[in-house]
Each structure stands twice: as C-alpha cells, then as structure tokens.
Design a protein around this ligand. Structure first.
Ligand SMILES: C[S@@+](CC[C@H](N)C(=O)[O-])C[C@H]1O[C@@H](n2cnc3c(N)ncnc32)[C@H](O)[C@@H]1O
Length: 276
C-alpha cells in the first residue's frame, strides 16, 4: 500500500523479515543513500500526505520487524507500571520491580510460582514478562500467585486482567504445597516471599524446590536485612538464615548469589542441565 503514496526514491520496500534485515544491513553502511531516501520520503510525507497516510507508513515499518509490536506493547504497559510506582512507591521499589521483571524476561518461563502476593509488585513484574512472551511467541506462560490473605489477590485484580495469565491461590503456602503434590506442575521460576521466618521460608523452599526444572530459577526476597532491627518478622525476618542454609546444604543442587539490594534478593539456579 505504501507504494501508492511514495515513489521508489522516497521509501524502501520490504516484503518480509529477511528483506527487512538485508535492507537494514545495506542502508546501515550507506549513509548517503539512506539519508537521501529519508529526506525525500519525509518531504513527501509532510507536504502531500495526511496523518492517516503517515500512520499507515509508520504501521508498515512497525509490522516489518517481527516482535516490534510486542516490544511496543510491553514498553507501554511497563512504563504505565513505572509511572504508577513512581507516584506511589520509593525509587528502590521501582528498582526491585525492574530487577524482577528483567530476570523473568531472561528466564522466559512457562510457569512462575510466586509465594506471597502482598501489594503485588512482584506479581506485576512477572505478569508483564509473561504477557510479553504471550504476545511474541507461542508460549502461554502462567503466573501462580499464593497469599493467605484473599485481599492481596483481590487488590491485584485491579491492576491485572487475570484471564488465563494469573492463577490465584488464596491459601497458605503449606496448603498449596499439598495441592501441588497432588497435581505436580514443573516450575521454571519460583519466587519465595511469604512468611519471613527462617523456618517457614525453608519449608517453602523444601516444598517447591523439587518441582523447579533444571536450569530453573528460584528468587528469594529479604535475604540481606538492612540492620538488626530489620530481622524482626514484620520486616525481613530471618529469611537470611534460609539463604545461608541452602548455600551450605544444597550446594550439589543449587548455586546461589545474593544481591544486597532492598533487603536482599537471592538468585538460585537449579543445576542438572548443561544446555537449555
Ligand atoms: C512481603 S509480602 C509479599 C510482597 C510481594 N511479593 C511483592 O513483592 O509485592 C508477604 C505476603 O505473604 C503473605 N503470607 C504470609 N504468610 C503466608 C503464608 N504462610 N502463606 C501464604 N501467604 C503468606 C502475606 O499475607 C503477605 O501478603
């Protein structure tokens, strides 16, 4: 359709992704030729075309690159989340959200299990990453989120359309472990952030670690308290002891590192597979 509005000197026509990449490489190394086409094309667009036709041109370029639509959709949602967090939360929490989001993007999970929905910061980060892959691949990832407080899950519904994306579990993590054992589902990304005692967080780890796939990730929050006062249960509690005991007792199965940021985020990779 673009050929109806522009002459061959004013735009570059590509019909598929291969042609797009070839044209991209070629014009990247031909700045004179490229700039001449851009200038002529822009002159034509500004002088003769309506916004509608300009929109068609932009859309044509957008569709030419696979995943760009998914990228733009994600950028839109992600920036909305960041704007909302910016007005309501601290900068560090934005960093926390970004970190979880980036890990989930890198992990490309099918199944995420989050223990502790809480205010939903982590849920949102994981859900956005899953939404991204739902847009640009066939993988229909699911976020299982568990909280003993049904209000936490109710609140999350205000920000997220659950559909088939989010599977809520308004039960204790112990109860969920019993249910999970009856119908086991392999977990690609396990996030532990429910009750902050050493005993419970270790139980949570033990209950679900066996379902984590080889090369799957476990993320634990609150493993590096800011001060002694933060070892109280309403803050980071004694989850740091769990990270230490996993490091000691599970070294054959998991490698672990702790980022000393926002009360500590530990990242564990399950061993057992050399390649993906
Ligand atoms: C620290 S908040 C979770 C924060 C959330 N992950 C985030 O990043 O926004 C902990 C949540 O775990 C829930 N919780 C505490 N003990 C639990 C248990 N035994 N089983 C399930 N959820 C529990 C609490 O109701 C609370 O909402």
């Amino acid at each position: 359709m673009t050929s109806r509005f522009f002459t061959p000197e004013e735009f570059v026509r590509v019909d598929n992704e291969k042609e797009f990449m070839e044209a991209f490489d070629y014009y990247l190394n031909q700045p004179r030729e490229r700039n001449a086409i851009v200038l002529k094309g822009m002159r034509r667009m500004f002088h003769q075309h309506t916004y509608f036709q300009g929109g068609i041109l932009i859309m044509t370029f957008t569709i030419a690159k696979k995943n760009l639509v998914a990228d733009l959709y994600l950028a839109w949602l992600h920036n909305l989340d960041l704007m909302r967090l910016y007005v309501s939360r601290s900068n560090k929490e934005m960093g926390y959200y970004n970190l979880l989001f980036s890990i989930a993007i890198a992990a490309h999970p099918r199944v995420v299990l989050e223990l502790g929905t809480g205010p939903g910061l982590s849920s949102l980060a994981f859900a956005r990453a899953l939404q991204y892959y739902r847009k640009c691949s066939l993988v229909k990832g699911v976020l299982h989120t568990c909280d003993i407080d049904p209000d936490a899950i109710r609140r999350l519904r205000r920000y997220l359309n659950f559909g088939t994306l989010v599977m809520p579990h308004p039960v204790s993590t112990d109860e969920l472990a019993v249910q999970w054992a009856k119908q086991p589902v392999p977990i690609d990304l396990l996030f532990i952030d429910a009750y902050h005692s050493h005993e419970q967080s270790l139980k949570d780890f033990k209950h679900f670690a066996s379902y984590v796939v080889p090369n799957g990730l476990v993320i634990m929050h609150d493993t590096f308290p800011l001060s002694e006062q933060h070892e109280q249960i309403q803050y980071s509690g004694t989850v740091w002891k769990t990270a230490q005991s996993i490091k000691k007792d599970y070294r054959e199965d998991f490698e672990i590192m702790t980022i000393p940021y926002l009360c500590g985020i530990s990242l564990l990779r399950k061993k057992g597979a050399k390649y993906f």
